[in-house]
Design a protein around this ligand. Sequence first.
Ligand code: SAH
Length: 396
Amino acid sequence: MAQLVLLPGRDRSLARRHPWIFSTAVAKLEGRARPGDTVEVLAANGRPLAKAAWSPESKIRARVWTFDPDEAVDDAFFKRRIRVAVERRRRLPDLRGQEGMRLIHGESDGLPGLIADCYGDTVVLQLTATGAEKWRTAIIGAVQRATGCVRVYERSDSQVRRLEGLAPVTGWVFGEAPEEGLSIVENGVRMRVDVVSGHKTGFYLDQRDNRLLTRSLAADRATLNCFCYSGGFSLQALAGGAASVLSIDSSAAALAAAAENMALNPELDASRAEWREADVFSELRVLRSAGRAFDLIILDPPKFAPSAAHAERAARAYRDINALGFRLLARGGLLMSYSCSGGISSDHFQQIVADAANDAGRNARILRRLAAPSDHPVALHFPEGEYLKGLLCEVD
Ligand code: SAH
């Protein structure tokens, strides 16, 4: 096994169990390793620290599989880690009865570069790093064994694969698309899941709890759902008895999916729902000019800042839509605002929302801080895992 030797003093993040080894921390690689091969990680003085997956093309030069230098990284290792991740979720009461959930959340489940989501008896896998790619067969076998799933789709088309020198891979690994299409019931609402061309692995599982919160807040409120995608928040708002729900998205495909979802839930009052294909930035200005006001506004935009390098531009965009949102709120109205940008911390996001309230001349308070649910855990030693943050604010 090749040995990756760190520069003096660069073993500190590993001592804190952070799983990434950046190229700037590496002194040398002794021996030969191909992308994804397991390497032994040594401190500058030769002390063994960990075993990691070698990724020669990425700035993250290696990702730690185990901090126990004596643990073997083999088929049994993946069987163990994957079983533990799946069983952990079975014990969490808030996930009981959910058909859709994240089963493996990468680094935070001790499996860097591996995402697995289940939708009923279908699992969608996403491999985003060379190490996970190398162990693909073992991973698929272990996922099938741990879940008993009947089909697996691979959705390894995330942009980050490029940084690893990996080409996109998509398709059914085994099983095939069910004839009636794929859907899940999420807290009483049936939602289609498009594993082939939907966002992420087919659905935004990370907003499950926040959609449920929306439902609990929506009664009799004129609701505005911006960046509605396939209508998750909108349908939960309808289920919660919203007076009306106006949903905006710039994607015709997303709105077509939302229409299908509306039809899948005939008990919801579709006459209270209006769907608009538009750019949120300009449409909110149109609504403002028309003198419209809402009691509940949801802002769940796409990732404006995938990394810290985009933070400044992203901050302006978040501030802009949040100020527009605040301006459109009726007295006592609620703003539910999110950022899924890894490059924006929750403190920074709160500052942006505060600036936006100020821009709009509104006095507001935080009622609740929002995050992804427990199937998207954040390992304490891996703060980068906390990408989704939100605030529920109430205005005077
Ligand atoms: N809230 C959704 C997920 C939102 S994903 C859910 O719970 O499922 C972000 C959505 O924003 C995508 O559907 C994308 O089409 C849309 N979008 C991106 N930029 C936009 C813009 N400028 N105006 C309107 N919609 C936009």
